[in-house]
Structure formats: C-alpha cells, structure tokens
Design a protein around this ligand. Sequence first.
Ligand code: CO
Length: 160
Amino acid sequence: MSVLKIELAGSPILKKESEPVKKITSKLRQLLDDMADTMYKSNGVGLAAPQIGQNIRMVVVDVGDGLIELINPKILSKEGTCVDTEGCLSVPTMTGEVERAEKIEVEFLNRFGKKKILQANELLARCIQHEIDHLDGILFIDIAKNLQASQPETDEDWEK
Ligand code: CO
C-alpha cells in the first residue's frame, strides 16, 4: 500500500481516453489498493487511474458508505438531472457547478473479475459520473459553470 503522486490539470495524461482492463492481475489489484490509499490520504471521495498516471479504466470511490472499486465501468442508464458543486484532486484550487444525472445504473467488474451492476443516486451517482469522465479524458472544469477558487477551510464539498 502506498500513496501515489496525483497528476494535476495540465498533465496530458488527464486528457487521454483510457484503455479497458483486459486481464485483472495481482499488479492491478495492488494498484487499486494504492489508489484507495491515495484517495483517503488526500481526503477525496473518488479517484480514477489517469489521476495517478495510468490510462486504464479503473476507479475507486467512497462517499462514506465504504470503498467501491470499479473496473471497466459503463453507465447503462441515467435518470433525472441535478446541479451541484464539484471539486477534483487534480484541480485542487477550483470548484464549479456541474449538471449530472440524478440516478444511474452502472455495470463494472470487481477486483475478482465478477460483473456487478450498481444503482446509485445523489452523491455516489455524481462521484461515479465524475470519475468515469476522467476515463474519457474529461475534467469537471471542462463542463462546469461558475468556476470559483476553492476555499478548503469552509468548503465541505466532496473531493476536496
Ligand atoms: Co476528479
């Protein structure tokens, strides 16, 4: 378990589309452990592999209900929309308002290669959509409105 360096906005790796995982090796499981360590150490609620310099389709999230690891996540359906404030460990100086689907159904593989389907809403749905955007080379600042300098001491928003 180790804490990895987080790529910041401006790094070309964050703008690239990530490749699907073909085979889940012990090395990739180690990387998932390190991603979770890095996320918790940084007080984030989500982290995508490109943020630690790997263009592969893996994401970790924890919005307070426990760690979820998603390999090759794919959104099957979306319902409703809502706008809320987001931040990002790769853009530590800004927050902005982003419109997302309110509820999603997402399919993914767990670390043992088992196919899972998860229904998510509210913060978890938002977080998963934000992280999947990372896998497609999209940062929240690319789609946000009302970007502002973040205020860490008063801002209780996620991924900050
Ligand atoms: Co992010």
